[in-house]
Write a protein that binds this ligand. Structure first.
Ligand code: PEP
Ligand code: MN
Length: 342
């Protein structure tokens, strides 16, 4: 259920209503919109009892049920799109399409420093790089772990970039939280509900990647887990799903962009690298993503893709990345968005 307060309700009126709802034993989440406050009520609700007890409060405009199982992520709970701010000049979900880029995995100091400088010079704002890698084989490179986080931080500070990196296990949330600006939850962990709750309490934005076989509803419910812990800064990332087609690594589902933006108020980012698995298809996929309304892109870039310890076949060379951003700037303009490129 949501309670929409009147336009002229002040903080005291809102608090009175919140207190009453909490007295009844329900959990509340309130959002201050541009003109009014909306209170979300979560749990097994006795609608009649709730409507009766709130009936006497004069500053309530309406009480409406949310039919969908996702409440806090729902457009009817919060109509304005969520804009996530990182420091002074990085936003996700605003007019500017946010570019995140970097290697699949942090491999060594030179690799990550050189990549950070190159992507920054091209226009990116956020450095990606795995320190804990979810590899299909236990014999493949697993990531540099804390050493990787340190190198990532060094490279980001050197270039003036923010950081996004994957957290695979709840035991690493605290450690990774010391280094990263955004937690990435990988596709394979989309329904690791315990991990989702942990990052919901970690006080930093979370980018949630869509599971390999997740429906939109399952994807949004996973975001709801994070939000129900009080962390509303969630970014949804489509990275391709498993289908019968095996020419591409995954099938990138671009129609998810308008769907997720219709159903939720959360920013939607596209990963054209894992979505296609092929370097030659990254730019076309990114072009489609920008045209369809994506709020950001996360792209794998490596100084020497052929030598990469993971995902070299889908990683762009520096020059390819730069050229892609330049072309995307024009596409962004056509859909009334902005991409910075140099
Ligand atoms: C990654 O971003 O490097 C990654 C492992 O992605 P995904 O979880 O989407 O496979
Ligand atoms: Mn990768």
């Amino acid at each position: 259920m949501i309670v929409v307060m009147e336009r002229n309700a002040d903080a005291k009126d809102v608090k009175e209503v919140l207190d009453r709802i909490e007295e009844m034993g329900y959990e509340t989440h309130s959002i201050e919109g541009i003109s009014k406050t909306i209170i979300g009520i979560i749990g097994n609700i006795d609608r009649e009892e709730l409507i009766n007890s709130l009936g006497a409060y004069p500053n309530i405009e309406k009480i409406v049920p949310i039919q969908e199982p996702y409440k806090l992520a729902n457009r009817s709970f919060k109509n304005e799109p969520t804009v996530i701010k990182l420091g002074e000049d990085v936003t996700i979900g605003g007019k500017e399409i946010t570019i995140m880029a970097g290697p699949c995995a942090v491999e060594n100091e030179k690799q990550i420093i050189d990549t950070a400088r190159a992507i920054k010079k091209a226009g990116a704002k956020i450095l990606r790089g795995g320190a804990f890698k979810p590899r299909t084989s236990p014999y493949s490179f697993q990531g540099l772990q804390e050493k990787g986080l340190k190198l990532l931080k060094m490279a980001a500070e050197d270039s003036g970039l923010k950081i996004i990196t994957e957290v695979m296990s709840s035991e690493h949330v605290e450690l990774i939280g010391k280094y990263t600006d955004i937690f990435q939850i990988g596709a394979r962990n989309m329904q690791n509900f315990y991990l989702l709750k942990k990052v919901g309490n970690a006080g930093k934005p979370v980018m949630l990647k869509r599971g390999l076989t997740a429906t939109y509803k399952e994807f949004i419910m996973a975001a709801e887990y994070i939000m129900s812990e009080g962390n509303y800064n969630v970014i949804l990332c489509e990275r391709g799903i498993r289908t019968f087609e095996d020419y591409t690594r995954n099938t990138l589902d671009l129609i998810s962009i308008p769907v997720l933006k219709k159903l939720t108020h959360l920013p939607v980012v596209i990963d054209p690298s894992h979505g296609t698995g092929r370097r030659d298809l990254v730019a076309p996929a990114a072009t489609g993503a920008v045209a369809m309304g994506a709020d950001g892109l996360i792209v794998e870039v490596h100084p020497h893709p052929v030598k990469a310890l993971s995902d070299g076949q889908q990683s762009l060379h520096f020059a390819e990345f730069r050229e892609m951003l330049r072309n995307l700037t024009k596409v962004a303009r056509a859909v009334d968005r902005k991409i910075i490129s140099y």
